[in-house]
Design a binder for this molecule. Sequence first.
Ligand code: NI
Ligand code: MN
Length: 228
Amino acid sequence: MLKLTYHSHACFSLTNSTYHILFDPFITGNPLCEIQAADVNPTHILVTHGHGDHLGDAVDIAKRTGAVIIAPNELAIYCQFKGAKVHPMHIGGAYNFEFGKVKLTPAWHGSAVIDGENIIYTGNPCGFVVEMDNKQIYHAGDTGLFGDMKLIGEMFDLDCALLPIGDNFVMGPEDALIAAKMLQAKLNVPMHYNTFPVIEQDPNKFVDNLRKNSLKGKVLEPGESVDL
Ligand code: NI
Ligand code: MN
């Protein structure tokens, strides 16, 4: 049984009896997150880009647990410099891991680590399509709406799409609805909202609008899981 758990913002766990795939572990300093970085034991950590609300605790968790960080090349190399075990990839590339297949998708955003007063650019941001236990899950990362989501929807028979709705830095709810229409996933889960005042949104309204368009959505509370 493949289980998806929301930890708020863009942080999710995808787990079966053997593997724990942790996405964008912004745990420390995240006011909504229900877990502690010291308690989480992933086997793999997927990081979409270098911003602090996505890279988060990834390096510390990777060093403590031995989990492999899977990320776009420049960000992966940055994490390796910091002492983590990594698997660099890049947009358009897929790789068969022991837990399943990962493909990197485009994301329209930035990617950098802010280190004091220095901005360290970490290449292009990405999204992920993870194929695991015969299920296909799309984590869009931080992105604006783009037309090639239609292509992602055609190339995969998505069981679940994790879509940002916070606006300001990423898609707002109206654009996320257009994204959902293009992706045609069996389930849409909103993310990247209400963590900070500037990204306050009503996720239930988003899900209602999905329903009006014959699409399924579910609002997950931090700590809540859904079986895929
Ligand atoms: Ni970002
Ligand atoms: Mn973000």
